[in-house]
Design a binder for this molecule. Structure first.
Ligand code: SF4
Length: 111
């Protein structure tokens, strides 16, 4: 058995602290990666709402709520810079949606 010195206690405490912090750090870096990730139209959540990266891909028979002129950039649920090619959306947290995208949750932007 190792001798219990102050130096060994500090080493042990340091290793233990790092072990406790690693899962938190990993989650933080996952969160940052997700914030910049584009929404995959093939993901189950996107498919459930008929999300497409460009409005001309909308099938109006399948999604009768769609009307010409509706895009993510003029949707009330879009977040961030609405002039950008990609922006946030409160329906798909941590993902970016396309400026000219659309989904069945589109709501007219006010103001
Ligand atoms: S809720 Fe609005 S901004 Fe979000 S994906 Fe649907 S249309 Fe685009």
């Amino acid at each position: 058995m190792k001798k219990c010195t102050r130096r060994n206690l500090f080493k042990l405490a340091g290793a233990g602290s790092l072990a406790l912090l690693l899962p938190t750090l990993a989650r933080m870096s996952d969160g940052m990666a997700l914030a910049d990730e584009r929404l995959d139209p093939e993901s189950p959540q996107a498919k459930a709402l008929g999300y497409v990266h460009h409005y001309d891909e909308v099938d109006p028979e399948r999604w009768p709520r769609y009307a010409p002129g509706q895009i993510c950039a003029n949707c009330q649920l879009a977040q961030g810079d609405l002039e950008a090619d990609w922006m946030g959306c409160s329906i798909f947290p941590g993902k970016k949606v396309a400026h000219d995208g659309w989904c069945n949750a589109w709501v007219e932007r006010r103001g």
